[in-house]
Design a protein. Sequence first.
Length: 192
Amino acid sequence: MKYIKFIALALVMFLAACGSGEKIETNMSQEVNDFSFTTQDNEPLSLKDLEGKYWIADFIFTNCTTVCLPMTSNMAQLQQMAKEEDINIQLVSFSVDPDFDTPDVLKNYSKGYNADLSNWAFLTGYDFQTIKELSIKSFKNMVAAPPEGSDQVTHGTSFFLVNPEGEVIKKYDGVQSASMKTILDDLKKLDL
C-alpha cells in the first residue's frame, strides 16, 4: 500500500512539474492584420518581416503634448532593460499622425530618446484611416482624429505583446513606468 501511495505521489509531483512551465498570463487574442509600412530609415517593414519573433507595439505621434512623452520614455526604458537582460525583442512604434511624422521626423524624434534603431522601428507611410483601422481592428486600441482646431490625435496608451504568429496576446499600461518591469518579467518567461 505504501508503494502505491509513493507512486501516486510521484506521479502527481511529475504532472505538476510538467504543467508549471513558465508561461505568461494573456489578456488578449487578436490577429494583427497584414501591413507593410515605412520606417524612420525609409525602409519597408511588414508583418511578414516580424513573423517568427515576439514584438512590442505602441501607437504614438511626435508632436503629442501629453501621453506620448511618458510612453516613448517607457519604451526607451524597456529597450534598455531588455538589453541589460540580453532579451531579444523587437519594438514597433506606429505613428498615428502619418501626415506630419515623415521618416525624417521620426528619425529625429528617436534620437531624443536615444533609441537603438537596430530593434526599435518607428513606422509611417500610410494615411490616417489606414492606421486608425489597424489600431482599432488589430489591437482594439482607440484612435480618433484631432478635434476641430487641434493637432492632437486621440489614441490609446497601451503597449502590446505580439507573438511570433502575429497575434496580440497581451496589453500593458504604456504610461506607467512600473509596467515595464511587468513586461520584462513576461519576456523573461518567454525565453527570448
